[in-house]
Write a protein that binds this ligand. Structure first.
Ligand SMILES: *[C@@H]1O[C@H](CO)[C@@H](O)[C@H](O)[C@H]1NC(C)=O
Ligand SMILES: *[C@@H]1O[C@H](CO)[C@@H](O)[C@H](O)[C@H]1NC(C)=O
Ligand SMILES: *[C@@H]1O[C@H](CO)[C@@H](O)[C@H](O)[C@H]1NC(C)=O
Ligand SMILES: [Zn+2]
Length: 521
């Protein structure tokens, strides 16, 4: 992932709701309860209705060591991306050699075609026995962000050192656990004689951390030229959050169904330079500062309830204790209230609206000269219920000053929202697989705040999901792109097991009939 993920603090929200709104809530309780009793919460499909997969994931002692050794070797190769033109090509070539050595069955199978794209990215096609079934794509990336031991790591970042059951190293979370997990699962499936019904692609980009303009962009265009349509794409993004959502009973697997968009906007004011002894009543700096202040004072509209965050609340509601559950199950009534509470904190505000951050402000050359030019940069992250154009229009009207020039430097719309209902094949297959491996987890859709390579595939599919079953416990979110990135050995095995099962579950021909569960309170 190119950016930091999500954090929630529902406990504070809960306290806030309870203290400030207890009376209001009580008043509305009666109306709400009528609604809750008949609410179809879409808690899920019963496992019993599913077609059975036939190879179970059993690894012996030897394989357990082998899969861990392969993973450690992957971590030791410093496939660092520094900028879109600066990555370690020696390491990327070494990584290719590792893949060929670690997964000989994949590279020799007659079912599989492997090709290099843009010299360092990998595209695998695994042929299915039923060509009429639409293929899917598993996506991951081989590059990592830089890491330096001197930042305070407990183990060197490219050592893959084992400490207390954890493997330490850059890439253990982002994203070599997924690269190696997918290929290891496929290797073991092939060894057990598996041949898929539904064909699928595995795409491994080599420059995701620096935008993916070489790897993902070229792979997507290769597929497009071949006329490929994908049932769904599964990429990194969200994970299993355990103890991070206060008030939630048990862990939650959030599956990213959209990504916020972004915009980098430059504001500038030009004036004729002059001497500071005879200043005009307004300077370029003053005009620009006032414009920036208006943007900060007038945040973008609160949109809670209009994007995928609504589904997050609806799916998780039944795992909260009663007062919160009531509120969360009745978003038709409480959306404005929840939105109002969430916007109090920067980390939850990010889910409620398009955020506005003034990140640079430059003006002036000398202390006694009126600045001829003042410039500011504003970085916005666009909520899925808004478009880039709408955001630009709002900036224009909020600034409301012709002297301030507004330029869009870079930007993109939020990603379309992928389906997450009972008929959504990708979402339901991912959900079923998560529940097979982790029976106590609640699965819910969510919005990713950061961007990944998957956005480059948006013309090939309408359903992109962002999830790896990595466990994030309190304190773990800082490890992501930070120091002491690590994964437990047990969790890495779970990741292999997840893909092992997911690939087989994708052979299911038809989802079970939706059963409408009336969710009792
Ligand atoms: C690039 O990777 C190779 C190993 O493949 C390593 O020896 C070398 O130090 C790396 N270069 C940089 C600048 O990190
Ligand atoms: C791939 O490598 C060849 C030969 O080294 C080079 O000419 C070409 O520009 C490279 N392509 C990309 C996309 O990096
Ligand atoms: C899985 O089951 C199908 C039919 O139920 C069978 O044709 C196939 O051979 C089985 N695969 C393996 C590897 O056992
Ligand atoms: Zn990543």
């Amino acid at each position: 992932m190119t950016d930091t993920g999500a954090k929630f603090n529902f406990l504070k929200i809960l306290k806030f709701i309870l203290s400030s709104f207890f009376i209001t809530v009580l008043l509305l309780f009666t109306i709400a309860s009528i609604r809750t009793l008949s609410l179809d919460v879409n808690v899920g499909l019963q496992i019993a209705h599913w077609e059975k997969q036939n190879i179970s994931f059993v690894v012996d002692h030897h394989q357990r060591k082998e899969l861990l050794d392969n993973f450690k070797e992957a971590i030791r190769i410093p496939t660092v991306s520094v900028s879109p033109t600066q990555f370690n090509t020696t390491a990327l070539l070494e990584f290719e050699r590792l893949l060929r050595k670690a997964f000989p069955t994949i590279f020799s199978s007659s079912l599989i075609q492997h090709e290099l794209v843009a010299n360092y990215s990998h595209l695998f096609w695994v042929q299915g026995s039923q060509p009429d079934l639409l293929p899917y794509l598993l996506l991951a990336h081989t590059d990592v962000v830089p890491a330096s031991e001197s930042d305070g790591w407990d183990a060197p970042p490219f050592s893959a050192k084992e400490i207390d059951g954890f493997i330490y190293g850059r890439g253990t979370i982002d994203d070599k656990s997924s690269v190696m997990g997918i290929l290891q699962a496929l290797e073991y499936l092939l060894l057990k004689g598996y041949a898929p019904r539904r064909g699928f692609y595995i795409s491994l980009g080599h420059d995701e951390e620096v935008m993916g303009y070489m790897g993902a962009v070229n792979i997507a265009s290769v597929l497009k030229q071949r006329g490929v349509q994908l049932l769904f794409v599964l990429d990194e993004g969200f994970a299993v959050f355990d103890g991070l959502i206060s008030g939630l009973e048990g862990p939650a697997a959030l599956i990213g169904t959209s990504e916020k968009g972004f915009a980098t906007v430059k504001l500038s004011v030009s004036m004729i330079p002059g001497h500071s002894s005879m200043p005009p009543s307004e300077t370029s700096i003053g005009i620009l500062a006032a414009a920036v202040k208006r943007l900060e004072d007038n945040p973008m509209p609160r949109l809670f309830g209009y994007g995928p965050e609504r589904g997050t609340f609806e799916h998780l509601a039944h795992k909260f204790s009663v007062p919160v559950r009531f509120i969360m199950s009745n978003l038709w009534l409480f959306s404005p209230l929840i939105g109002w509470v969430l916007e109090r904190k920067p980390d939850t505000n990010a889910f409620v609206r398009t955020t506005t951050a003034v990140t640079m402000f430059n003006a002036g050359v000398k202390e006694n000269v009126i600045a001829s030019l003042a410039e500011a940069y504003v970085n916005l992250r666009i909520h899925p219920a808004q478009s880039l154009q709408e955001v630009m229009d709002l900036i224009q009207s909020t600034v409301g000053d012709q002297r301030v020039k507004i330029e869009l430097i870079d930007g993109s719309d939020p990603l379309p929202v992928s389906s997450a209902d009972e008929k959504s094949f990708g979402f339901q297959i991912i959900k079923k697989t998560v529940l097979e491996i982790f029976s106590t987890v609640t699965v819910a859709p969510g919005i990713c705040v950061g961007n990944t390579d998957s956005r480059h595939y948006k013309d090939l599919t309408s359903d992109i999901y962002r999830f790896i079953p990595i466990w994030f416990k309190p304190g773990d979110t800082q490890r992501f792109h930070g120091i002491n990135e690590r994964i437990s050995i047990k969790n890495y095995e779970e990741i292999v097991a997840f893909y092992f099962s997911l690939i087989q579950n994708c052979d299911i021909q038809k989802l079970p009939e939706p059963h409408s569960s009336v969710h009792e309170l």
